[in-house]
Design a protein around this ligand. Structure first.
Ligand SMILES: NC(=O)c1ccc[n+]([C@@H]2O[C@H](COP(=O)([O-])OP(=O)(O)OC[C@H]3O[C@@H](n4cnc5c(N)ncnc54)[C@H](OP(=O)(O)O)[C@@H]3O)[C@@H](O)[C@H]2O)c1
Ligand SMILES: [Zn+2]
Ligand SMILES: [Zn+2]
Length: 348
């Protein structure tokens, strides 16, 4: 029996290093997962640069995790050894705070946060709370399922909970890990889908993903272009740029919604006029729960939605992370472990 596992941890802000750690047993209500794949989300930057509130180092980042259960803690009856499961960012609620008591568990005030309060998936092994894991359908391989557990659920939930109707004009701003899935979801949900990027380079990709229209903010004013189309009922803002988000309120139709899912470090400047005159709104949306991950995976299978991914071996996490931060990933880098590679050879 192997006694240690490889992990990529942050012990000094900005530095990812490969370490060997002892394997521990899952506690009550927990499972131990043999990780096969883990996506690199832009939110991982908040762990790697040490900025996530409440973070203590060393910490293993990673919250788009897929693997197989290899050990069950006491009291776990819902899950079986060998079952393929996924773990996202909010991976366990306390069940006791006010939002939890009202059933709003994604907004738990004391959540288990993968890669922040507990070690995440840049590793061969991860311990997870059994109440916070999702079942992975057989139709998806582990590397392509992984990004659906954060980038996917975040955009899927934000769009399906926005009170939109088929045919509505919906824009997705920022064409990266989240945005490229947001475009696919918006199109498959039946919206008139607009992608907002900067530069011509992503136009073809955005249209291939399902966008009816591409707006290049390097040459076009997104607000004017969307107003010419009648104004957007909703804009899903994924780019980590407050400067890029604020002006989009003027691109909304009357009662339109700017849904903030990107988390820029700069402030979002807003003009009150389009908010007041026309009842437009701006609000945030945070990822989702384990059962909503299963919804995201099921819809992706149903509508043949897949993330566009590049894979990299776990040991190359630092280079892969740099690629994402430089905006070079098309569109998600997914770390794969040796177990992930071995498993993918035995699965269709
Ligand atoms: N709400 C949630 O629950 C949740 C969940 C996951 C992630 N997030 C947050 O969502 C954001 C995006 O994450 P991600 O993983 O998708 O990141 P990503 O893969 O790095 O993609 C970000 C994209 O934004 C584009 N961009 C940056 N500034 C832009 C601007 N001014 N105008 C248009 N596009 C711009 C970049 O394109 P270029 O090629 O032009 O640079 C890049 O493709 C991050 O802030 C992350 O923390 C939130
Ligand atoms: Zn994420
Ligand atoms: Zn709670």
């Amino acid at each position: 029996m192997q006694r240690t596992y490889k992990a990529v941890e942050v012990s000094t802000p900005g530095v990812l290093r490969v370490v060997e750690r002892p394997i521990s047993e899952p506690g009550p209500g927990q499972v131990r997962i043999r990780v096969e794949a883990c996506g690199i989300c832009h939110t991982d930057a908040a762990t790697i640069n040490g900025a996530y509130p409440g973070l203590t180092l060393p910490r293993v980042p990673g919250h788009e995790v897929v693997g197989r259960i290899e050990a069950l803690g006491s009291g776990v009856s819902r899950w079986k050894i060998g079952q393929r499961v996924g773990v996202g960012l909010i991976a366990g609620e306390d069940g006791a705070c006010e939002p939890c008591r009202r059933g709003d568990t994604v907004n738990c005030q004391n959540p288990v946060v993968s890669g922040v309060t507990v070690d995440g998936g840049y590793a061969e092994v991860m311990i997870a709370e059994s109440r916070g894991i999702a079942s992975i359908p057989d139709e998806l391989n582990s590397a392509e399922a992984a990004p659906l557990l954060c980038a996917g659920i975040t955009t899927y939930n934000a769009l399906r909970n926005a009170g939109l109707r088929g045919g509505d004009l919906v824009a997705v701003q920022g064409i990266g890990g989240l945005g490229h899935l947001g475009i696919q979801f918006a199109r498959r949900m039946g919206f008139h889908t607009v992608a907002i990027g900067r530069g011509r380079e992503k136009e073809k990709l955005a249209k291939d993903l399902g966008a009816h229209v591409y707006i290049d903010t390097a040459v076009d004013d997104a607000a004017a272009a969307l107003q010419r189309m009648g104004g957007a009922r909703a804009i899903l803002a994924t780019a980590p740029s407050g400067d890029g988000m604020g002006p989009l309120v003027s691109a909304l139709a009357v009662r339109g919604k700017l849904i903030v899912v990107g988390v820029p470090s700069d402030p979002i400047q807003l003009s009150a006029f389009p908010l007041v005159f026309g009842g437009r709104s701006v609000y945030g949306s945070l990822t989702g729960t384990a059962i909503e991950q299963e919804d995201t995976l099921a819809f992706s299978v149903l509508e043949n939605i897949r993330p566009m991914i590049e894979t990299a071996p776990l040991e190359q996490a630092a280079d892969a992370y740099a690629r994402m931060m430089q905006g070079k990933a098309r569109f998600r880098v997914v770390l794969v472990t040796n177990d992930g590679i071995a498993q993918s050879k035995t699965r269709p």
